[in-house]
Design a protein around this ligand. Structure first.
Ligand SMILES: *Cc1c(COP(=O)(O)O)cnc(C)c1O
Length: 467
């Protein structure tokens, strides 16, 4: 008998003969199962303890790693964080019509085909026309995302030349993407002016030289400055840029389509795209999901000649929008143009829901969950008011009052994990050992699923604790 425990490990072919393997292969495919078995075997071999594991143990370990891989798939979740435009959860939830358009575009679709003439068509001609109308701009184009729009505009309009930016606007967008690096990657040279808290028009004027291509004004979309601060209004920058023969490019990131009227109260301090265009910005840039509540997209709007230079730049192909995004974007733009976006676009209707309506729903859910867990569980489920933000690098400092279901008296980490294991997973947040299910970001039709998930998760956490 061999005394080395490793020799007692089963072989892959032994394991393939095991009764449970057929089901695993059916679910994950032969290659993935073989890889997982080899990894599990290897783990047993290299484990410090050198404990020989039986076939069942190795197959179990392979199964859980296969299930773990599945959990990394992009899958539908319920966003109960209270942050409507949550970048980690895919920002804006698309409208029904936009989802249907995406589903339609998954097959062969007229993405670059003109159905009238039967000839090759332009991928972005129609969406660009809709964007231009919406922004009241002479021309526009659409690309993959806001950062791509910025890179393309700087590369096409300022490569090899200087771009002037206020020191108060050298922002980090998130995920450690920083404006100075983006400008550098676009082949332009950044010229910083002013100070962190104050930049006036003379600071810009003094920095303009023979090699200056543009002033880039960047909206502080994800942070606030308060106190002894001053920056230069767009109108003054337009004046300066015109008289100096350079461009004024305005990166709004987020914001509003148009100020006034029936605009979103939650975003009422955000700058409006149409205002920037009307003030004379040569180019305005923004993000399609932040500003329109649509799919990820980047928008460049402005004069026909400059937009054309962006379209013709080689990076335009690199920053191209995908057909699925495009399908959703066209529908979302039409909803804005028809004036029905506040009802049709989920991000806008979620942000507009009155706090009282959220409070009524939270109370219903809390009562229902309490009734269903009463006998078995010690958790206390109540409703309460909350304060959240728009999110996604939009409207910093704008506090939205809403309502949440609060679960106390239970291991908060364990409950949050159990909620993430539900189908669909429910993503809440934890504050002071309380699991908070914030309804600001939950559409009403998901209340039943939230209730079910809470009951199930609370009972499973309580059952796993020895009484
Ligand atoms: C968010 C943002 C961007 C980037 O937009 P994405 O669509 O996220 O790529 C660029 N500039 C500003 C000011 C932003 O807020």
């Amino acid at each position: 008998m061999n005394s080395d425990p490793r020799a007692r490990l089963p072989s892959v072919s032994q394991m393939l003969a095991h009764a449970n393997i057929g089901r695993l292969i059916g679910a994950y495919g032969r290659t993935a199962v073989l890889d997982a078995l080899r990894d599990a075997l290897e783990l047993s071999r290299t484990a410090g303890s050198l404990q020989p594991r039986d076939v069942d143990g190795i197959i179990d370990s392979a199964r859980s790693s296969l299930e773990g891989a599945e959990a990394r798939l992009v899958q539908r979740v319920i966003n109960a964080t209270g942050i409507v435009l949550h970048t980690n959860l895919g920002r804006a939830p698309l409208s029904e019509a936009a989802r249907a358009a995406v589903a339609d575009a998954t097959g062969p679709s007229s993405v670059e085909y003109d159905l009238t003439t039967g000839a090759r068509g332009s991928r972005t001609a129609y969406s660009s026309e809709l964007v231009a109308r919406l922004c009241k701009a002479p021309s526009a184009t659409v690309v993959n995302n806001g950062a791509a729009a910025l890179v393309l505009a700087v590369a096409a309009l300022a490569a090899g030349r200087e771009v002037i930016v206020s020191r108060g606007e050298l922002v980090e967008i998130g995920g450690s993407f920083r404006l100075p690096d983006i400008i550098g990657a676009s082949g332009a040279r950044l010229v910083e002016v002013g100070t962190t808290n104050r930049t006036n028009v003379d600071d810009y004027r003094a920095a303009i030289g023979p090699n200056t291509a543009m002033i880039l004004k960047v909206h502080r979309s994800n942070f606030l400055q308060v106190g002894f601060v001053a920056d230069t209004p767009i109108a003054r920058l337009v004046e300066l840029a015109r008289s100096s023969g350079i461009l004024l490019v305005h990166d709004l990131g987020s914001g509003l389509i148009e100020q006034g009227g029936d605009d979103l109260q939650a975003l009422d301090e955000e700058p409006a795209v149409a205002d920037s265009v009307a003030a004379g910005s040569d180019i305005v840039i923004f993000s399609g999901d932040k500003l329109l509540g649509g799919p990820q997209a980047g928008i460049i709007a402005g004069t026909a000649e400059l937009v054309q230079r962006c379209r013709r730049h080689p990076l335009a192909r690199v920053t191209r929008i995908d057909k699925l995004q495009l399908a959703a974007l066209e529908v979302t733009l039409l909803q804005h143009l028809r004036g029905t976006a506040t009802d049709d676009v989920p991000a806008l209707s979620l942000l507009r829901t009155p706090a009282a309506a959220l409070a009524a729903r939270a109370s219903c859910i809390a009562v229902e969950v309490t009734a269903q867990i009463q006998a078995e569980a010690s958790a206390t489920v109540t409703s309460g008011s909350t304060e959240t933000y728009v999110g996604g690098g939009s409207a910093p400092g704008k506090v939205l009052t809403g309502a949440a279901v609060n679960c106390a008296g239970i291991d908060a980490g364990a409950l949050a994990a159990a909620l993430r294991r539900q189908t669909p997973p429910v993503i809440g947040r934890i504050a002071h050992d309380v699991v908070v299910i914030d309804l600001r970001s939950v559409p009403p039709h998901e209340d039943a699923a939230v209730t079910r998930a809470l009951v199930d998760s609370i009972l499973s956490v309580c059952a796993s604790i020895p009484q």
